[in-house]
Write a protein that binds this ligand. Structure first.
Ligand code: PMP
Length: 442
């Protein structure tokens, strides 16, 4: 690409950037103009090691030729096909591949264009499923504090992040939240799954009793809550949620937008924890982040309730202009092929030990109050600066960027989720850079 095409525009005002402190950013912009494998290139020509797989999505690393070529080829052959009442082969092929890859029983796929849309789709499928079975009294949804399920109205309703909810009025009614599972008091510096806290799942039983089970449609959780700081579920917690939901005929939805496609060293978190939900929400790693696409996997039981239901249910009144878009489907197929050929969906298992040891070597650095890891995801929690919450981690983010490392921060937590192609030397580099930065943080 020519230099001119990559030149940073003089006027940055028009683009209202998402989840960004726009006024600060535009005074001192940070821009990427290129990427390859484990690295970004900045507009001032520096290499930055990608410690976050973009936004938890570029699992196979950047600008992989197979994916690029698949997109180019598809764009030249069939650019778009109507998504309703028409099809094209690649969407069907992709659906079959996903059914093969996801846990047994999740046998049908609805395509979307993002994690947020996947969440909305999953919630609507859950509500409609009960109606299809003639059980329309099940209208309640249960999420969790500190849960992130995208930014649309259903997602922020079941989500548990105050800042994402408070400007937007009443949201969905009939939603309850279970407590989150983060307990640094008992579980600080745990490697892998924390010992304490499976009993937090009992909150679900209490909510169910309060409202009566016959009113509850679904429970949605991220198996590992990512966006609020990599909160790893205590041993046995997800199984307990599964047991309680099964007992009461409530659907369990796993939001695997982050945990899907190898992040934990297994294809999905459902595989890692040995707990299969009724609906699984995916996006991000499905196309290596390259083209917007999400997929919602549903059980045969749910699918068949619609297919065998009353005649007016012959159609599920939901879908997007770009559901199963040909170019996105081609990108996803090439991505899945890359994961398979390079063994990336289980690479986290090989590297998890080294990754965990390396991260935990930072435990004695100033201000560090917790470190946690699982598969190829990790977090370093810092003590907030008095009167200036989030500042300490954000300073670390800026310093890391200057030092050539991309990290992500949420509150005073540094989150790490590198591309799954990383080598030990990259882990060493991430930890060395963080070690220096943490040592000099005020
Ligand atoms: N669910 C989870 C668990 C996520 O992490 C995200 C994005 N970080 C979303 C949903 C929303 O995905 P998107 O930004 O693609 O809408």
């Amino acid at each position: 690409m020519s230099l001119a095409a990559n030149a940073v525009p003089n006027d940055l005002e028009a683009f209202w950037m998402p989840f960004t402190a726009n006024r600060q950013f535009k005074k001192a912009p940070r821009m990427f103009v290129g990427a390859r494998d484990m690295h970004y290139t900045t507009s001032d020509g520096r290499q930055v090691l990608d410690g976050t797989a973009g936004l938890w999505c570029v699992n196979a690393g950047h600008c992989r030729p197979r994916i690029t070529e698949a997109i180019q080829h598809q764009a030249a052959e069939l650019d778009y096909a109507p998504a309703f009442q028409m099809g094209h082969p690649k969407a069907f092929e992709l659906a079959n591949r996903l059914v093969d890859l996801t846990p047994k029983g999740l046998d049908h796929v609805l395509f979307t264009n993002s994690g947020s849309e996947s969440v909305e789709t999953a919630l609507k499928v859950a509500l409609a499923y009960h109606r299809a079975k003639g059980d329309g009294s099940r209208f309640r949804l249960i999420g969790r504090e500190r849960g992130y399920h995208g930014v649309n109205f259903g997602g922020i309703s079941v989500g548990g992040i105050v800042a994402n909810r408070k400007m937007f009025g009443t949201l969905l009614t009939g939603v309850d939240h279970m407590p989150h599972t983060h307990d640094p008091g008992r579980n600080a510096f745990t490697m892998g799954e924390p010992e304490h806290g499976a009993d937090l799942a009992d909150a679900l039983e209490r909510i169910v009793t309060l409202h009566d089970p016959s009113t509850i449609a679904a429970v949605i959780v991220e198996p590992v809550a990512g966006s609020t700081g990599v909160l790893i579920p205590p041993k046995g917690y997800l199984q307990k949620l599964r047991d309680i939901t099964l007992k009461h005929g409530i659907l369990l939805i796993f939001d695997e937008v982050i945990t899907g496609f190898g992040r934990l060293g297994t294809p999905f978190a459902a595989d890692y924890f040995g707990v299969t939900p009724d609906i699984m929400v995916t996006a991000k790693g499905l196309t290596n982040g390259v083209i917007p696409m999400g997929a919602v996997m549903v059980s045969s039981e749910i699918h068949d309730a619609f297919m065998n239901g009353p005649e007016h249910l012959i159609e599920f009144f939901h879908g997007y202009t770009y559901s199963g878009n040909p170019i996105a489907s081609a990108a996803a197929l090439a991505t899945l092929e890359t994961y398979k050929e390079e063994g990336l969906l289980t690479r986290g298992t090989e590297l998890a030990g080294y990754w965990g040891e390396a991260l935990h070597s930072l435990r004695d650095k100033p201000h560090v109050i917790d470190i946690r890891n699982l598969g190829l995801v990790g977090a370093i929690e810092l003590e907030p600066k008095a009167g200036q919450p989030t500042q300490r981690a954000f300073s670390a983010f800026l310093a890391a960027y200057e030092a050539g490392l991309l990290i992500r921060t949420t509150g005073d937590i540094i989150a790490l989720s590198p591309p799954l192609i990383l080598e030990r030397q990259h882990i060493d580099e991430i930890v060395d850079t963080l070690s220096r930065i943490l040592a000099s943080l005020e």
